[in-house]
Design a protein around this ligand. Structure first.
Ligand code: AMP
Length: 429
């Protein structure tokens, strides 16, 4: 137990972490092009927040939350998703008093007691955005466009955008009634969970993965059949914007998403090619009642969240892995304790010039140190043995050519600086 991690969570080790860093940099860059600003909310919140926002009949709240009582007997939950915390922060910090809309993004860990498998974990990472304060269809389209843009820039192919409208408090009751009437006529063919959902949250039946329920859902009345004029117009306008920029989508009347807070637009980005992991990489939509339900003024919102583990797995499976392990430019190889001190000072001087340096700290033999320098793929190895020390110079080995030169210690930093710039320029040409 002591040396094994709990089920469903991962260490991100050197060698993998560079992919994460590159993906994060890619995400931040693109968000800044769309003028979204980062928000960092806490990892845990009052449980009540998720009951109110994600919804008491959602799978997340019913089965998947990591909840506990803290020492002050407060009900606390590790965040299972990012939107609720952002909405809470928006209300609490009065961001509504700032310019509208607020365009916020986040990157960070989420926690769900899910069934672990490839692409599904108990601690996983999402990035996502929330636009609060605008109900304009162009914002829905911008959020969808952002997601597609981000994946396309990574070179991903075989993406599909599924799109639906889930209606609003005006038209949803009639739709829910139609769903209940329809499914009640086929109750014996529903799975047990859906029998239970029938009167509590019929929309969720559309989301069920059981074959019997899926077959029934395919024939069920659609939200568009029942959408009010306002929702129909909104949906048509969103589609108009997407058509304008050539973003292809498929209408999917069973797409309702697993969270209760959506109104009007709902969308998912799915990988059509099997990658061995789960194929839904991103989901989102509009949630015009969420801020109000969480105790704020009636404020419209729209956003999405995407899974980073899944995205990295898919990138790898398509041969598009990003991020490179970084190597130092210089390896310092001192041969005795006195030389180690000189190397230590030299390392500091080189790092002051922004040159990445590694030095031996284990008193290894010359052979072992050269092996280490090779493994690290440095451009230069600097040997300081007794001869060098007493003579006030160092032996510098250029690793690419094997050429060795004796350089006076007081000229060493400038020599390496020039050499490394040369290597870097050569690499870039
Ligand atoms: P959701 O918040 O459920 O709409 O999920 C949005 C995205 O987060 C999904 O499309 C996945 O990419 C990712 N995701 C959700 N749950 C998990 C999980 N348990 N493990 C890994 N990724 C997940």
């Amino acid at each position: 137990m002591l040396t094994t991690r709990p089920r469903g969570i991962n260490d991100i080790l050197p060698g993998d972490v560079e992919g994460w860093q590159a993906l994060e940099a890619h995400i931040r860059h693109l968000f800044s092009l769309y003028h979204y600003e980062e928000i960092r909310t806490p990892i845990f919140e009052h449980t009540e927040l998720f009951l109110r926002s994600v919804g008491e009949t959602s799978d997340i709240v019913e089965k998947e939350m990591y909840s506990f009582e803290d020492k002050g007997l407060r009900h606390i939950t590790l965040r299972p998703e990012g939107t609720a915390g952002v909405v809470r922060a928006y209300i609490e910090n009065k961001l509504f008093a700032g310019p509208a809309p607020q365009k916020l993004y986040y990157i960070g860990p989420m926690f769900r007691y899910d069934q672990p498998q490839a692409g599904r974990y108990r601690q996983f990472h999402q990035f996502g955005c929330e636009v609060l304060g605008s109900d304009a269809p162009v914002v829905d389209a911008e959020v969808i466009t952002f997601a597609v843009d981000l994946f396309s820039r990574l070179g991903l192919q075989d993406l599909k955008v599924s799109l639906n409208t889930v209606g609003c408090p005006d038209c949803r009751p009639a739709y829910e009634k139609a769903l209940v009437d329809y499914f009640a006529g086929h109750e014996e063919d529903l799975c047990d969970t859906c029998k239970d959902r029938l009167h509590r949250n019929p929309l969720r039946i559309l989301d069920c993965k059981e074959e019997g329920c899926k077959a029934l859902a395919a024939q069920a009345p659609t939200t568009l059949d029942y959408a009010c004029d306002h929702c129909k117009d909104h949906f048509a306008a969103v589609r108009g914007y997407l058509d304008e920029v050539g973003i292809a989508y498929e209408l999917d009347s069973t797409l309702v998403r697993g969270l209760d807070y959506y109104t009007q637009t709902a969308f998912e980005v799915i990988m059509t090619q099997k990658s061995g992991a789960q194929n839904a990489i991103c989901g989102g939509g509009r949630y015009n009642k969420l801020v109000y339900n969480c105790g704020g003024q009636d404020t419209p919102g729209v956003g999405f969240a995407a899974g980073m583990e899944r995205l990295l797995l898919i990138l790898e499976s398509q041969g598009l892995a990003i991020g490179q392990r970084r190597t130092p430019a210089v390896y310092l190889a001192p041969m005795d304790a006195e030389a180690s001190k000189m190397a230590f000072a030299l390392a500091k001087a080189l790092r002051a010039k922004d040159i990445a340096v590694e030095m031996d700290s284990m008193g290894k033999s010359l052979k072992a140190q050269m092996k280490n320098a090779d493994r690290l793929q440095v451009a230069y190895t600097v040997l300081i043995g007794e001869n060098e020390r007493l003579g006030g110079f160092a032996t510098v080995r250029q690793m690419a050519t094997g050429e060795q030169t004796e350089i006076d210690l007081d000229k060493l930093v400038t020599y390496l600086e020039k050499g490394i710039k040369h290597v870097a320029t050569k690499k870039n040409t």
